[in-house]
Design a protein around this ligand. Structure first.
Ligand code: NAP
Length: 488
């Protein structure tokens, strides 16, 4: 058993939704695959007064829909779990937590390693970090790592305050900021596609690419998250984090090697090329929208927990022009929304058209620009469209898709994003987590858009179940483009 995989894992928010839906199933799969052996224990903490036995039943219950379970494996797994009733604002309770950690470390031979997981409302993150330090929960012998959930702040000022507070207890190389999109197979696969194909690598720039489009659409509405969503909106919820991270993976230069340091260096350079927008540019290049009732689907303002005059955007589309010479003049169009026709995450790389088509002279002018589409989810794979000849004696052109999709059984077997990310944190690999500089740059960019909207910008509307507001189409039409038809 590699020493790195021995650990005392403390989950703050051990009774919460994230822990039950994502963390326990992911830890189980790591246990089943032998990534977690016998030298680990999990301490779940929250205020409610549960016993260890009850907590283990909750953990076992969270695995009901997991593949590859057996009663014996679940029981062995759950026996590693301990519950500590704890109010994170109460300093004394951290002493109890420390004593339990030390006891379990000895019992399980965890080698002094500590992984802290903040699966609670962000307003508690700073308090927890400062108590971890002041009550000396950090282990002097093994590693100390902190996994922290999104949202990482709600603007630059609050993100900085949060970062300073966790920075008082943990160094940057001990902090694992979750953006679960970085744990997705095809997001990780994008780097392989870009950097191992001599066919693609030399043409991945402004000379050959006309525009890039990124779509993150959801078909659901706000569901039970109205309380959070009413204070966030799509710009904060999806653009500052997931969409910006996807842009980085599409546009960053090739890292020198595939190490966390080299990947983050390339990302930082890219984010340094996010332009500083004026309010006028922000209003011109960003569209916000909110869904209104259509058919049997209610309006956002009619959803439970939503104010009847809410100005929160459920849809965002934007155009980002990077100030990087490799991408000069190439618009990155992004969009994300709720109550769209379907759930999909797709990235389209649209290549420039032919400068001279020899077939034009014979009236054969159907040649189109090539397009590479990366399907992140629910389909996983990619399609490259090429022009070819239609079969027969006439000379006509048509578009042929060269497609690869992972089969569904492989997708079902593959580790889920949280499973990959927790494994990475256990192994000490920060590649797929975000660094402070990335948060800094992306919040500063997004804050300008938010401010411009707050000052004065229309809130467009779109029918629930539609592709979004007409203003989002006009954003592209203005430049002579349109949204990739794969999505339509
Ligand atoms: N749920 C998701 O799918 C999801 C997805 C992405 C990100 N996240 C992020 O993950 C974090 C957790 O979300 P969640 O949905 O799991 O929230 P949640 O279901 O509301 O859980 C909150 C947890 O915090 C505990 N808690 C609250 N106040 C406490 C206190 N003073 N002292 C100790 N424990 C306290 C609660 O237990 P007690 O009431 O027993 O104290 C509960 O275990 C948030 O940052 C959220 O943004 C969640």
């Amino acid at each position: 058993m590699p020493k790195e995989q021995c650990s005392i894992i403390t989950i703050f928010g051990g009774s919460g939704d994230l822990a039950r839906r994502k963390l326990y199933p992911s830890l189980y799969q790591l246990f089943r695959r032998g990534v977690l052996g016998e030298h680990f224990a999990v301490i779940g903490t929250a205020r409610r007064p549960w016993t260890n036995e009850f907590y283990r039943e909750i953990v076992a219950g969270s695995l009901e829909n997991e593949p590859n379970t057996s009663a014996d494996a679940v029981q062995r797994f759950a026996s590693h779990f301990y519950y500590q009733s704890h109010d994170v604002t109460d300093a004394d309770h951290y002493v109890t937590l420390k004593n339990l950690s030390n006891k379990l470390d000895e019992q399980y031979g965890a080698g002094g390693n500590r992984l802290f997981y903040m699966a609670m409302a962000p307003r508690f993150f700073g308090t927890i970090a400062s108590h971890i330090r002041s009550e000396k929960l950090l282990s002097p012998s093994g590693y100390n790592r902190l996994i922290i959930e999104k949202p990482f702040g709600r603007d630059f000022a609050s993100a900085k305050e949060l970062n300073d507070s966790i920075g008082a207890a943990f160094n940057e190389d001990q902090i694992y900021r979750i953006d679960h999109y970085l744990g997705k197979e095809m997001v990780q696969g994008l780097l392989a596609l870009r950097f191992t194909n001599p066919l693609l690598t030399p043409i991945w720039n402004k000379d050959y690419i006309s525009d890039v489009q990124i779509t993150l659409s959801e078909n659901v509405g706000v569901e039970e998250r109205a309380g959070y969503y009413e204070t966030a909106g799509a710009l904060r919820d999806m653009v500052q984090n997931h969409i910006m991270q996807l842009i980085a993976y599409v546009a960053m230069r090739q890292p020198d090697t595939f190490t966390p340091e080299a990947v983050h260096a390339a990302k930082n350079e890219l984010f340094a090329n996010l332009p500083v927008l004026t309010p006028e540019q922000a209003k011109r290049d960003w569209v916000r929208g909110q869904y209104v009732a259509a058919g049997d689907q209610p309006a956002y303002r009619e959803e439970d927990g939503v104010a009847s005059d809410s100005q929160i955007e459920t849809y965002v589309a934007g155009r980002i022009m990077l100030s990087d010479s490799r991408w000069a003049g190439v618009p990155f169009y992004v969009r994300t929304g709720k109550r769209m026709p379907r759930k999909a995450t797709e990235i389209s790389i649209n290549f420039k058209p032919l400068e001279h088509n020899i077939f034009d002279a014979v009236g054969c002018n159907e040649a189109r620009s090539n397009r590479l589409t990366v399907f992140v989810e629910p389909e996983q794979g990619y399609t490259l469209t090429l022009n070819g000849k239609t079969m027969g004696s006439e000379y006509a052109l048509r578009q042929d898709p060269l497609s690869f999709r992972y089969p569904q059984d492989k997708i079902d077997e593959a580790p889920e994003a949280y499973e990959r990310l927790i494994q990475d944190a256990l192994m000490g690999d920060q590649t797929n987590f975000t660094r402070w500089q990335e948060q800094d740059a992306t919040w500063k960019y997004v804050d300008v858009v938010r401010q411009a909207w707050d000052d004065d910008a229309p809130l467009a509307t779109y029918a629930a179940g539609s592709h979004g507001p007409a203003e989002a189409d006009q954003l592209l039409e203005r430049d002579g483009f349109k949204w990739a038809e794969e999505f339509d």
